[in-house]
Design a binder for this molecule. Structure first.
Ligand SMILES: [Zn+2]
Length: 278
């Protein structure tokens, strides 16, 4: 994959550059979400790009509004299962602040969805914050909760290194179904009933919930702009996060556009960074 600077107004756009993708461009937008298990994928003209959630989280966390991402193949590199590699790319390239004010999706009224013990909601709030809870019942992962306010550096320090995870029995079942063939201890935490298989252990005691918050941040960036408000997730996953965006945009009274010049601008003032340096 390659990150390529883009002018104001572009948004985040992915482009398949392999032969099968035929140079198709797909905006990273909730209207283009494809139905795919276990990850976030987008599609256009029958062409898909999968596993975009971790790079989307890195872009949301780094305040990148405009970028073209070229991908040679049907999915993004998994890296180490976290967003750290993408944060590293962004830092190496550098970020340019554009003249155009940043545009936000400002939450005006609460929007909540719940199903089968899972729930998600977006509420009005200053800046953007995430409050996430996981509970896998009895097992190696204790109930965990994480609250993060997305101010400067918070994504990089608190969330970006948290890795994706899977349960050993699920990994076996996925492999049997021909999926997750690239899954290994190098790119995921593998959980058994009494601990994790990875030799180095966990990067944070609550790495699991931090990763779920990272995923939610990436999924919500499919709003097409950063959200100004508070996200609350209880045992949520990609599908419910996507449904929440659809529900939000179906309720015209629940949100409005706001820009970083508006009087209602959140404090602390968000960075107006907006593209990668070439
Ligand atoms: Zn993930």
């Amino acid at each position: 994959m390659a990150m390529i600077p883009a002018p104001a107004g572009t948004g985040i756009v992915f482009r398949r550059t392999d032969l099968a993708g035929r140079g198709v461009s797909i905006p990273a937008d909730w209207r283009h979400v494809a139905d795919m298990p276990m990850c976030t994928a987008i599609e256009a003209d029958g062409i898909q790009i999968a596993t975009i959630e971790h790079v989307m989280a890195a872009l949301a966390g780094g305040g990148i509004d405009n970028l073209l991402i070229e991908v040679q193949g049907p999915e993004l590199p998994i890296m180490d299962g976290s967003a750290w590699g993408f944060v590293f790319m962004i830092e190496c390239a550098g970020v340019v602040e554009l003249e155009t004010p940043r545009r936000f999706v400002k939450i005006l009224r609460p929007v909540t969805l719940s199903a089968g013990g899972r729930s998600v909601s977006l509420r009005p709030g200053e800046g953007f914050s995430i409050d996430f809870e996981v509970d896998y019942g009895a097992g190696a992962i204790a109930p965990q909760r994480c609250e993060v306010e997305l101010v400067d550096g918070a994504f990089k320090n608190e969330l970006s290194r948290a890795r994706t995870f899977g349960f050993l029995h699920e990994v076996d079942a996925l492999r049997a179904a021909g999926l997750a063939r690239g899954a290994s201890l190098e790119n995921a935490i593998v959980v058994t009933h009494d601990g994790v298989l990875n030799e180095g252990g966990l990067r944070f005691p609550d790495e699991f919930v931090r990763h779920k918050a990272l995923d939610a941040l990436g999924d919500l960036y499919l709003a097409g702009a950063p959200i100004m408000g508070r996200f609350e997730g209880r045992r949520s996953g990609h599908k419910l996060n996507h449904r929440l965006l659809r529900a939000l945009f179906q309720r015209r009274d629940a949100w409005c556009w706001s820009d970083s010049n508006a009087a209602a601008s959140p404090s602390p003032e968000p960075k107006r960074v907006a593209g990668l340096r070439g």
